[in-house]
Design a protein around this ligand. Structure first.
Ligand code: 3HC
Ligand code: NAI
Length: 692
């Protein structure tokens, strides 16, 4: 079997050992065995002077095979393969293209030399899966480039472009032209030199300035949201300073196993596969080709239009931003330029990158400019009549085949599509604010949306750095609809006795980036107030706060107090008194809340609403909902997303609690939906229901 995945061929007296395990040459059992057998054979063959390790297809080994985690280990392990390579008496050169990630880079670090094409990237992204590099990476990288420099690649896990990797000393050469040819040349030269071979495991970590090390570790960990893996990664790098290679790797292996078998890594691996699964959309088969998009027009230069424009301009796609109000257009362009320059000042982009992005943007107050676009993304005021008028005009002005997208957050995409003569070209592209930062993109599939239009929206979204998830038409789509179910519990709990900071605290303790009330203060309370006034809906506490002129951070007061220039929410006794007064007016008896109850009353209705979107087919799969919450709502990655979390807690417990809260509050909308009850009755999970 192994011969199928790894083959050896001779180029002169150099053995080229080449893996072919598409799509990413993951180091599964057959590959490890093939590498082990072929390298052993080449090492023993007197006709071989040196060895090159290379890969076919689009990339060098992109890591261990994650699907094997949790299954019984099969020999040879990756560590054995790497040890065999490093111990080889003949020079071994890794020839890297695409991405050498995780176990792939660890294997390359076991080789004596590394050469890469300029477009290659190398990295140790294990931390993003809740792991640490478990095949010697935490001990070899610090020995090669120094412990301080090794911290960021290991604790943060971002890939490093080949030219930078060469500067850091991770790779020995960047090769223009044919990669394998260059690697063979290097191997021949090293064999001819006949000098001692560099074996990283035998090197000492260069002397480390411990103060600088701890400062760098502290800087990196301050952004790791309390996850276990980053701190453990930093510890293993520290071990490379203080321990022998043997002790360091023994520790590394033990800690790797601990993380791999722990809940956070399981959740993060779920998230990894969920994100990839979201690409698979019924009806959008491999042979559906996206339409070419060489220019995008964005309608509306407001909050969303500006952010959407930036996403695509930064990705090198020409964008025409159109606002009929010249002042709004000028203001919008000003905000875009200011945002870019701020990023540049903070070191996120170079001046040349900002200039290039700005050069991709054309501002226009002439609606007819839409005629040049292959895709139009409408982001004007949230008003059905206005959107209908605009889509009628787009239908008249846009070229045939142009994708007509709306960024509406609540309106019916089918109703909008129906005013055009080409409903198959209409799709929702629901970005999240700030659109140049947030990665989630809900793609709303209308009843008539053509498969190639969906594919185009997904592809273009990805080019703009987004994670697209396809959803169906309904009020609020998936993400906001679930958020409304959560929001509906806030006022009642406040009246019954929970404080704003207790409500926010129940979610931030769970790992959410922010609680709902601090979030409202950030977004501003006035918009919701105005909408409630127009629609006649009431939110007694929220309304009373707004009537005091407290609109959140922008007025220095909202649910909380804010000190001048600070975004830190401070609980305000005035608000506690106000809530008590409103509760009295409403005749609500107040009581103490446990953190658990607050948490359940926020989280479980959300999960229940998610299950409803599954029943209705608005969400395609539970894991899609997880992707939506991880990328659009700051759900803690170590919890895997709301539906994954529900599976860990158990549908039976959630149903029992929802029934309980429905009973004690007299709120029928809290009752579990049929799908939740079915899972509870069958003691099943969303994951199992999907697999079945
Ligand atoms: N194991 C198993 N399957 C993998 C995999 C891996 N390490 N990496 C990718 N795949 C699968 C994906 O699930 C996907 O499968 P599908 O087509 O059935 O959905 C397929 O390969 C293609 O992946 P992408 O869609 O992500 O392809 P891209 O070209 O967009 O990206 C990539 C390629 C950058 C390599 C990206 O797949 C990636 O980041 N992979 C994970 C890299 C990683 O985390 N490596 C470390 C693994 S842990 C490890 O090595 C432990 C070691 O220290 C002991
Ligand atoms: P905004 O009020 O900031 O901007 C709207 C812009 O549209 C204004 O600049 C206005 O001059 C312009 N405009 C109005 N009529 C126009 C026309 N006929 N042609 C061209 N431009 C016109 O609004 P915002 O917040 O950017 O929202 C836009 C859309 O995005 C809405 O549908 C909203 O529901 C949706 N959305 C908003 C989110 C948010 O957080 N603000 C999140 C996701 C979606």
């Amino acid at each position: 079997m192994s011969e199928e995945k790894v083959a050896m061929r001779m180029v002169g007296r150099v053995a080229v050992v080449e893996s072919d395990n598409q799509p990413v040459n993951a180091l599964g059992h057959a590959v490890r065995k093939g590498l082990f057998d072929n390298v052993s054979a080449a090492a023993a063959d007197a006709g071989v002077d040196a060895i090159v390790i290379a890969c076919k297809g689009r990339t060098f080994h992109a890591g261990a095979d994650i699907t094997e985690f949790g299954k019984p280990p099969q020999e040879p392990g990756l560590v054995e393969v790497i040890e065999l390579i490093e111990a080889c008496e003949k020079p071994v050169v890794a020839a890297i293209h695409g991405t050498a990630l995780g176990g792939g880079l660890e294997l390359a670090l076991g080789c004596h030399f590394r050469v890469a094409v300029p477009s290659a990237k190398v990295g140790l992204p294990e931390v993003k899966l809740g792991l640490l590099p478990g095949a010697g990476g935490t001990q070899r990288l610090p020995r090669l480039i120094g412990a301080v420099a090794a911290l960021e690649p290991i604790v943060k896990g971002d890939p490093i472009p080949a030219p930078r990797a060469a500067e850091l000393g991770i790779i020995d050469a960047v090769a223009e032209g044919d990669l394998v040819e260059a690697a063979v040349k290097m191997a021949e030269a090293k064999a001819a030199e006949g000098g001692p071979l560099p074996r990283i495991s035998q090197m000492r970590t260069p002397p480390t300035d411990m103060e600088a090390f701890e400062a760098e570790a502290g800087r990196l960990l301050s952004r790791s949201r309390g996850l276990k893996a980053p701190a453990t990664c930093a510890q293993t790098v520290r071990n490379a300073i203080t321990m022998s290679f043997a002790d360091g790797t023994a520790q590394e292996r033990a800690l790797f196993a601990e993380l791999r078998d722990g809940p956070e890594s399981k959740a993060q691996r779920h998230a990894f596969f969920a994100e990839r699964e979201a690409n698979k959309v019924p009806g959008v088969t491999k042979d559906v080709k996206p339409r070419p998009v060489n220019r995008i027009a964005v309608l509306g230069a407001g909050t969303m239009g500006g952010g959407i424009t930036m996403s695509f301009a930064s990705a090198g796609i020409p964008v025409t931003i159109i606002d009929l109000n010249p002042e709004a257009l000028e203001r919008g362009m000003g905000v875009i330029e200011k945002n870019y320059r701020n990023t540049q000042r903070r070191g996120g982009l170079t001046e040349a990158q900002v200039d290039a992005a700005l050069a991709n943007i054309t501002a226009s107050s002439d609606f007819d400019s839409v005629a040049e676009a292959d895709m139009v993304i409408e982001a004007v005021f949230e008003n059905m009549d206005l959107k209908k008028k605009i889509f009628k005009d787009l239908d008249a002005k846009c070229k045939p085949g142009c994708v007509l997208a709306s960024n509406t957050s609540t309106l019916d995409v089918d109703e909008i599509a129906a005013v055009t003569s080409r409903p198959e070209d209409v799709v929702g592209m629901h970005f999240f604010s700030p659109a140049n930062v947030m990665r989630l993109l809900e793609i709303v599939r209308g009843e008539k949306t053509a498969p190639d239009v969906l594919k185009t929206a997904m592809d273009v979204g990805k080019k703009g750095g987004k994670i697209p998830v396809v959803v169906g038409v309904c009020y609020g789509f998936v993400g906001n609809r679930m958020l409304h179910a959560r929001g509906a519990q806030i006022e009642p709990m406040l009246l019954e006795g929970a404080s704003p900071s207790e409500i926010d605290g129940a979610l931030t303790k769970f790992g959410m980036a922010m609680g709902p009330l601090a979030m409202s203060d950030m977004a501003g309370l006035d918009v919701g107030y105005r909408i409630r006034q127009e629609s006649g809906r009431k939110a007694p506490v929220n309304d009373a706060i707004c009537e005091m002129g407290r609109f959140g951070q922008k007025t220095g007061k909202g649910w909380y107090l804010y000190e001048e220039g600070s975004r830190r929410p401070i609980p305000d006794p005035e608000i506690d008194a106000l809530i008590a007064r409103v509760a009295k007016e409403q005749g609500v008896t107040r009581r103490e809340f446990s953190e658990q109850e607050i948490f359940e009353r926020l989280m479980f209705p959300m999960i229940n609403e998610g299950a409803k979107t599954l029943e209705e087919g608005v969400a395609l799969r539970a894991s899609d909902i997880d992707v939506i919450y991880l990328y659009g709502y700051g759900f803690p990655v170590g919890q895997g997303g709301p539906m994954y979390y529900a599976d860990q807690v158990g549908a039976d417990y959630i149903c029992e609690r929802l029934d309980h809260y429905a009973d004690v509050t007299g709120t029928e909308s809290l009752r579990p939906c049929a799908l939740m009850r079915k899972l509870a009755a069958e003691k099943s999970t969303f994951a199992a229901a999907k697999a079945a």
